[in-house]
Design a protein around this ligand. Sequence first.
Ligand SMILES: NC(=O)c1ccc[n+]([C@@H]2O[C@H](COP(=O)([O-])OP(=O)(O)OC[C@H]3O[C@@H](n4cnc5c(N)ncnc54)[C@H](O)[C@@H]3O)[C@@H](O)[C@H]2O)c1
Length: 335
Amino acid sequence: MKGILVGLGGRARSWVNCSADKDIEFDAFVEPSEAQKKSFVEQYKVPEDRIFSSLSEAIEKSDAQFVMDITPPHIHEAVALEAFEAGLHVIGEKPLSDDLNAAKRMVAAAKKAGLVHMITQNYRFGGMPRTTHRLLKEGVIGEPEQVMVTFFMSWADSPGSHYVTQPYMLIKDMGVHHFDLLRYILDRDAESVLAHTWNPSWGWHKGDASHTAIFKMSGGLIATHHALGCSKGHRTTYNGDWHIAGSEGSITWEGSQVFITHGHKTAKPGREEVKLDVLAEDGQKSILTEFISSIEDGRAPECNSEDNLKSLVMTFATVESAIQQKFVDVAPMLD
Ligand SMILES: NC(=O)c1ccc[n+]([C@@H]2O[C@H](COP(=O)([O-])OP(=O)(O)OC[C@H]3O[C@@H](n4cnc5c(N)ncnc54)[C@H](O)[C@@H]3O)[C@@H](O)[C@H]2O)c1
């Protein structure tokens, strides 16, 4: 399958590396920055005349079936709409957009065109989430009713990037990974959220780099997300540490280990480390497999944009709650 790769920054390069042994070929590239073009040509020995300054030109001069969009979030809508107009499927980096209305327009355009539109929420394709999702379905801790996620990281510590200069970036950029994980692992959607954000005095982000958010999820489950993006002390992994509490015990993520604990006298107490499921491919590669097979099978992929809107809206609702300082309902924001 031939594709056009749009945006040749840092993340795009990991996609080029990851697609090397997949059944796809990038037949054209789009990048407006001369410096990025030059460094990409040097790194990948791509013919310079296959790198175009606009998507329109690349579409005209290639016979691609899909577009991979690795541009910054405010560009995603323009790329997707142009691709759909040209009849091309789209796989795009998270977040779907930095604007909720733009995200809704993209979802509507994909549906209208009848094309695949997948968002690369790579975290959920990892071994810890896949194994935990299976264990919860098997009922190893009974019905989960409360989840606590903690995340401590020296996050985005290069000066000048939009992660550092724009407001609420920890929620918008990192939060979308964890909120999508909550939806996937628990098979539930967010109904409302109460959030408070603040900025530690020693931090380097202009916007608030700390928050606690309480989500009321479907089925009455409560999930809290507590994050510090300018940690100078103990760090979690990028997945965060998790405590999922159910009627019969807990599943915890402690660093890169997963444990099942039965700690009450009403059952035989015990704590065991879980051997993670062996996955056929690593997270990023399995996203490509899912995208390609969904096109071949004529079905919507996991993380299709319509579904992904429900993860994205959690970031917007969290920010809205932090501004309003009260619970915000999620469903009306999807209308
Ligand atoms: N899933 C993950 O774990 C993960 C990790 C890193 C980045 N990302 C996402 O990937 C996307 C890109 O991030 P990045 O770190 O590579 O950013 P980047 O700034 O390094 O690269 C973006 C590139 O897009 C180019 N660009 C800008 N406007 C364009 C346009 N109109 N057409 C074509 N190219 C254009 C820029 O010149 C730049 O080279 C973002 O949405 C980001 O959130 C995801």
